[in-house]
Design a protein around this ligand. Structure first.
Ligand SMILES: [Zn+2]
Length: 252
């Protein structure tokens, strides 16, 4: 048995018994990890205040190889995302990012850049004001890059012409867009030129700035649909993001 230390973000929690919790964590050094926090539901627990969903914590745990569930020994807060608590908009967007990562990533492989992207996204959702859905869009577009299935955003998949003000037709399976000429026969999801500008902006913007975007309802609909089609085409068994369904019901 080994004693290991790492940073972790709490993706999900389950009740194990009257007193204990199971936590599904994304860790900086060991990928996805499931631990049991014994006594965590007791008000006097040593884990008190560290078990909130989406919290960023330091943990120490006992690892037994070939066991699915490890034992949490200690936890201390790095960031509690306090403004998220009781704020449905911030919480559902944060949970959507956590759910996407959970469904797309398997195993214990370390991926520090992905961990940092999730951490920064949650931190921004916790602290920024404005159009917060764009913070999730930033996460989604950078997540795609890190996972290695970045679409070709700027040129036509068929003729290679630069896409711009005319927009294009998004092809989820092939990972890119057709220009307006090729798309008129090839089909795909229509993306207006101004929507493409937002997608380009998300690639280069600083994370907290993204909440200053003011997309029109049409642009919002195109971006939501584009990410949805893309994730379904490239992540097995994704189906849909439950947290995002809740968010959409409240923010159409
Ligand atoms: Zn073309």
């Amino acid at each position: 048995m080994a004693i290991l230390k790492t940073e972790a973000i709490i993706l999900k929690t389950y009740k194990l018994s009257e007193t204990s919790l199971i936590l599904l964590l994304y860790t900086r050094d060991h990928g996805k990890l499931k631990v049991v926090a014994k006594g965590a539901r007791d008000p006097k627990s040593k884990f008190k205040g560290c078990m909130e969903l989406l919290s960023h914590v330091h943990i120490i745990y006992y690892e037994k190889k070939n066991r699915d569930l490890q034992l949490l020994s200690q936890a201390s807060l790095i960031s509690a995302q306090k403004n998220m608590i009781g704020d449905v908009e911030r919480t559902t967007l944060g949970l959507a990012a956590a759910e996407l990562l959970n469904k797309a990533v398997a195993g214990e492989e370390a991926f520090a850049k992905l961990f940092d992207l999730l951490g920064a996204t949650l931190e921004t959702l916790n602290t920024t004001r404005g159009f917060l859905e764009a913070v999730l869009w930033y996460f989604e577009s950078h997540f795609i890059d890190l996972m290695g299935y970045k679409p070709t955003w700027d040129t036509c998949l068929s003729c290679g012409q630069s896409l711009g003000v005319d927009g294009g037709y998004f092809q989820a399976q092939s990972g890119g867009l057709l220009c307006s000429r090729c798309g008129s026969t090839g089909g795909g999801l229509v993306i207006q030129g101004e929507t493409l500008e937002i997608l380009y902006y998300l690639q280069r913007a600083l994370l907290p700035e993204t909440a200053q975007l003011h997309p029109t309802p049409g642009q919002k609909a195109e971006i939501r649909k584009m990410f949805d089609l893309y994730f379904r085409a490239h992540i097995e068994h994704l189906n849909r993001l439950n947290a995002l369904d809740i968010y959409y019901r409240m923010h159409d």
